[in-house]
Design a protein around this ligand. Structure first.
Ligand code: C5P
Length: 240
């Protein structure tokens, strides 16, 4: 029995601005997706990495990954994704061989996650947790808002206690049977706009307890243009 990583990388990354699909944007000269695959393949636990590519980009991603080096003992597979992140993960899960019993789902958009974070998540699943998320406390206070019916500014309706909120990252780790069950039961929500924004959210919906391990500042998601500046700086510091 062993552990696989599924990396959804089929998003267009529109918030980052126009141009190449996000996973193929470069950081320090290397595509973000290659950084992400390396980060997961480096973890001792991980035997297989399944990359979920845009449906029209599978061949391109295979070529790209073929030209970059990964630890020799690690198998890398590329499959076609879907229209939402949830669908893409479901398609990645469907490509796993039978001997996989633990799955780590990791966003291609978090290319700089340290191997220690990957190891901590995998270890917590091996130690018996059905679902594990890495998370950090928030710097900002968070408000819940609702739109103004007349088209005016949004209105604040609640301020949750900051000390009890966490910003959740990836990789999120699961017992394979738990994650597969969640994706099967909730498949119809993937396309109707009520899809979960992370995998732990899905297993919560089927009543499974999720536990938290400490995340890492460098596991941030590259979403907006400013994140590229930060990611380049982190890489430069690592290489110094
Ligand atoms: O859009 P968001 O930032 O939540 O995307 C998180 C991850 O999900 C990204 O790595 C993105 O490539 C992936 N994704 C996907 N298939 C989609 C949409 C997003 O694999 N249809």
């Amino acid at each position: 029995l062993s552990t696989a990583a599924v990396i959804p990388a089929a998003g267009r990354g529109v918030r980052l601005g126009p141009g190449t699909p996000k996973a193929l944007r470069t950081l320090g000269g290397t595509p973000m997706l290659v950084h992400a695959v390396r980060a997961l393949a480096r973890a001792r636990e991980v035997a297989l990495v399944v990359v979920v590519a845009p449906a029209d980009g599978v061949a391109e991603v295979r070529t790209l990954l073929g030209t970059h080096g990964f630890p020799e003992s690690k198998e890398i597979k590329v499959v076609a994704g879907g229209g939402t992140r949830q669908e893409s993960v479901r398609l990645g899960l469907a490509a796993l061989p039978d001997d996989i019993d633990v799955v780590l789902v990791h966003d291609a958009a978090r290319p700089l996650v340290p191997v220690e974070t990957v190891d901590a998540v995998a270890a917590a699943v091996r130690d018996g947790a059905p679902a594990v998320v890495p998370a950090l406390p928030l710097a900002d206070t968070v408000k819940q808002v609702e739109p103004d019916a007349a088209g005016g500014p949004e209105r604040v309706v609640d301020t949750p206690e900051r000390a009890r909120l966490r910003a959740v990252q990836t990789p999120q780790g699961f017992r394979r049977d738990v994650l597969t069950e969640a994706h099967e039961k909730l498949a119809d929500q993937a396309t109707d706009g009520h899809g979960a924004t992370d995998d732990a959210g899905m297993v919560e919906r089927i009543g499974v307890q999720v536990v938290v391990v400490r995340g890492h500042e460098e596991a941030f998601k590259v979403t907006r243009p400013i994140d590229l500046v930060l990611a380049e700086a982190v890489l430069a510091r690592r290489r110094a």
